[in-house]
Ligand binder design. Structure first.
Ligand SMILES: CC(=O)[C@@H](O)[C@H](O)COP(=O)(O)O
Length: 255
């Protein structure tokens, strides 16, 4: 998969928040085989991480996709992205402009505004957006080359709330990398996203809050691979009626 011209081997992008400890985070990252982790510049010093967290991130040897989690206006997101570029030395930014505190849905107006400003400044923007085609078009016009539609509200673990909308996005944007971001709760959700033809999945809570985060990281990776293979293999259409799987020719003769 190519993201902004970079070849990426793993289709799983992993968040780094809410792990029981930095060590468990490191184990989960390794077990998942991810090549991209997303990190919030505004993260609180929880998890006993402190400044050691940044050292750990460097030692993991994976690409960092800084994010603007916690930003509620375009202005805040732009400033946070500019700081992240200084800190992490990358033009990549996962752009979040949160519009509502109940479901953490994106403020798509602020998102498009911030995406335009950041793209003009040379950022390569990964926008966390809704599954709306018109917003997707506006983000591409603003300079984004990747879209990250939500599966369900962040941290809800509800899976894919609207598979039809994701299917429509795939059909409408056949050549744009689509990464489902947020709401994945279990491996089958991640697999389904890939079966719908998504290019990748970004998830955090499902792994961080699993009983065994490293094992869940590995499970998610396998599910994503299986879903991708299923999509590539072109799955059969569902049917309303039964069709015998064993064709019968004539009648059996027993005497
Ligand atoms: C870490 C991060 O970027 C989240 O904002 C992201 O949207 C993941 O959501 P889940 O925690 O629901 O997987």
């Amino acid at each position: 998969m190519q993201l902004y011209g970079e070849e990426i081997g793993s289709r799983l992008l992993l968040g780094t928040a809410q792990y029981p400890s930095p060590q468990i985070l490191a184990e989960a990252v390794k077990a998942s085989g991810t090549e991209i982790i997303t990190v919030s510049l505004r993260r609180e010093g929880v998890d006993g991480a402190g400044t050691g967290f940044w050292q750990l991130i460097k030692e993991l040897g994976v690409k960092v996709l800084p994010n603007t989690a916690g930003c509620h206006t375009a202005k805040e997101a732009v400033t946070t992205a500019q700081m992240a570029r200084e800190v992490f030395g990358t033009n990549w930014i996962k752009l979040e402009v949160i519009g509502h505190s109940d479901n953490l849905q994106p403020d798509v107006f602020g998102l498009v505004e911030a995406a335009r400003v950041l793209s003009d400044e040379g950022f390569q923007v990964f926008p966390y957006t809704t599954d709306d085609l018109v917003v997707g078009e506006k983000l591409l016009e603003a300079g984004c080359e990747v879209l990250m539609p939500w599966g369900a509200p962040i941290g809800s673990g509800q899976g894919l709330r609207n598979p039809d909308a994701l299917r429509a996005m795939r059909a409408h944007f056949p050549n744009v990398p689509l990464i489902v971001d947020a709401g994945i709760g279990r491996p089958s959700d991640a697999c389904m996203a890939m079966e719908l033809g998504m290019d990748a999945v970004l998830l955090n809570t499902a792994v961080a809050k699993a009983g065994d985060p490293a094992l869940m990281g590995a499970a998610m990776a396998q599910a994503i691979k299986a879903g991708r293979q299923g999509f590539a293999a072109q799955m059969m259409e569902r049917r309303d009626m039964a069709v015998p799987s064993t064709p019968i020719l004539g009648m059996a003769v027993f005497d």
